[in-house]
Design a protein around this ligand. Sequence first.
Ligand code: LRH
Ligand code: MN
Ligand code: MN
Length: 388
Amino acid sequence: MVTFNDIAADLERQAIELPSWAFGNSGTRFKVFGTPGTPRTPEEKIADAAQVNRYTGLAPKVAIHIPWDAVDDYAALRSYANDLGVELGTVNSNTFQDDAYKFGSLTSSDPATRRKAVDHHLECIDVMHRTGSQDLKIWLADGTNYPGQGDIRSRQDRLHESLQEIYDGLGDDQRLVLEYKFFEPAFYHTDVPDWGTSYAHVSALGPKALTCLDTGHHAPGTNIEFIVAQLLRLGKLGSFDFNSRFYADDDLIVGSADPFQLFRILFEVVRGGGYDVGSPVAFMLDQCHNIEDKIVGQLRSVLNVQEMTARALLVDRDALLAAQNDNDVLGANGILMDAFYTDVRPHLAAWRESRGLPADPIAAFKASGYQERIVAERAGGVQAGWGA
Ligand code: LRH
Ligand code: MN
Ligand code: MN
């Protein structure tokens, strides 16, 4: 049997990167609701993200999106973040909000459009040098809406050529992570729809290219933990974009739609070495808070990941392996479920207190007055949105 004491030290190394865009206003194509206190600048997004780390100790990095978080002086943005106790993390490129990319970016049949898209990524690498970021995350909106609209095969060939040029621009300690998504905004075909396509491309590029798994980017019913196990086995799982979905790419709070799925994913992460010291797997959130409070939403998210990580670590793997080898079907299943059903919340509250953190980070944040302060201070300004 594995007890909470056995795993307490392992919880120390949990680090979950927050997306700057989670702090901006977001919505659907029907409506974006404004929220009082929403940041107006990249600095204010970072300041809000730093609050999440302050109360949980779980979120030491903030991922940025270019050009949403474009600034003149990235070194200054970096020291601003450092002064607040956080670092700048993954740099996300953006080729989905420019008219030039209407028919594709890295896959475009137009050499000038491809050039522009590759150059954007090379500029992102430049930003990474100044922010101290390790990862360049590429998600492409490229795809087609109608059968026959584009030549699927040559789009793949052009994608490889473009990615190769970007890969060649990486510094020695930098990585490229290629995210996949099976639909949206393209409706018929997507140029990087699944983990296999991402894997084919990153494998062709070399060791500094890995796959990014966004939990919201799969068809309903997909066994995501199987993909996790496979990518870890292949040494190509670079990062996670965590979120939850009910129907589509809903970007809801991780662990809110299906906590059991999050547990199963994290169990495979632990099982496959993805949580080991020095593991190459980066944990990130990729979420939007359309109607709920954003800082509290991010607090809830990192706490959900911590809770499920604790439960995944609690699985008695020796007993599980023995039961599996005995073909004890329900015995093995029972061992996994025992860990899943363990309520770790009181243990985690005590664990936090023993490390100088509040037992209840959300209550502590709410009591701090920060939210009221930013509502007052930021009134009347132009709020940043998902995309600005
Ligand atoms: C695309 C995506 C990708 C983007 C982010 C804003 O759906 O998951 O990671 O960069 O959303
Ligand atoms: Mn994502
Ligand atoms: Mn997404």
